[in-house]
Design a protein around this ligand. Structure first.
Ligand SMILES: [Zn+2]
Length: 337
């Protein structure tokens, strides 16, 4: 299975002691060697300007490219090289999504900086260019893909992705996230607008929720909605920060539970006759737990299971079933739930 990675992705740095650090990727690559996993690393090219402007304003791109060095916001620092590395991350994302289509295989993009908090004309939350959104638009424009589903299981709501597609019925955005933390968006009532109404689905979860709740959300909402939407591509925002070991997030997913939830996209793609699913690295700040989740997904593509170290299961029965009930209540107007 190929990996979409470039050495520049470990050259991207925020401020010192920032959780979104190069070691996140270094550890993933170390674990690949330790486990003697077989993954082919493919070269990546920067996204072209006309691909970036499928999502971002040209004036925003110019601002970022000429920013120099300093804080964009208290969480998100810009250096002279940030923009060119972000262009490469977006390029890797497009290449991976196209490779899934053309070669019929699920792929993981191991890129930094992440993207899902970046919108049309803003950065934030360690993100500058929205990799998954750019890949979705590139598939639509360059591969004539009509409907794209984006599933985001990062512990944070992907406000950037949500904003980009909020009025667009051609891109379904579904997010599970912890409520009450950054960025504060993504309540159940945010369902999209105009012709995009019903195509934005949010599960704002409470602290402590994990495997059981995610399974419940998948079985009762995510699966039936994806089946009804019949996407031509499934893209996953791959965050490892919903893991119980994560220092920033407060959800309680185990490695196995998280991996199983992520593999739903890969398996549903198979069931629906799609060539595979594409996964884009977002957050994840316990570098061991995150690496385990990434490789668990990767091995799952071939039907294998990793020997997990993080095995606690704190929410086996789905303590968030009331939230799933409320999501159904709101979205039964749009979907057969
Ligand atoms: Zn996150």
């Amino acid at each position: 299975m190929p990996l979409f990675y470039d050495e520049d992705f470990i050259k991207h740095r925020q401020t010192s002691y920032h959780p979104e650090c190069p070691e996140r990727l270094v550890r993933i690559l170390q674990m690949m060697e330790q486990l003697e996993l077989d993954a082919e690393i493919l070269p990546v090219r920067p996204a072209r300007r006309e691909q970036l402007t499928l999502v971002h304003d040209g004036s925003y791109l110019d601002m970022l490219a000429n920013f120099g060095e300093g804080p964009y916001d208290p969480d998100t620092y810009v250096r002279p090289e940030t923009y060119s590395i972000a262009e490469k991350a977006a390029g890797a994302s497009i290449a991976a999504a196209k490779d899934t289509l053309r070669n019929g295989r699920s792929n993981i993009v191991l890129a930094r900086p992440p993207g899902h908090h970046s919108g049309r004309n803003y950065a934030g939350g360690f993100c500058y260019l929205n990799n998954v959104a750019i890949a979705a638009r590139a598939l639509q424009k360059e591969e004539n893909i009509t409907r794209v589903a984006i599933l985001d299981l990062d512990v944070h709501h992907g406000n950037g992705t949500s904003d980009v597609f909020y009025g667009d019925e051609s891109v379904l955005y579904i997010s599970t996230h912890q409520w009450g933390i950054y960025p504060g968006t993504g309540p159940i009532e945010s369902v999209g607008e105009g012709t995009g109404e019903g195509f934005n689905i949010n599960f704002p979860l409470r602290q402590g929720m994990g495997d059981g709740t995610l399974r419940d959300a998948i079985d009762r909402v995510i699966r039936p909605v994806l089946e009804a939407f019949t996407p031509k591509a499934i893209l996953m925002s791959l965050g490892g920060d919903g893991h119980y070991a994560d220092p920033l997030g407060g959800l309680s997913l185990s490695s196995q539970g998280y991996v199983e939830a992520y593999l739903v996209a890969h398996r549903m793609a198979e069931e629906m006759g799609l060539p595979g699913a594409t996964y884009f690295l977002e957050g994840g700040y316990n570098i061991d737990a995150q690496a385990e989740v990434v490789w668990g997904i990767h091995e799952g593509f071939s039907g294998r299971t990793l020997d997990y170290k993080f095995t606690d299961v704190e929410d086996p029965h789905g303590m968030g079933s009331d939230i799933v009930d409320r999501v159904i209540d709101v979205h039964k107007d749009y979907w057969d739930l």
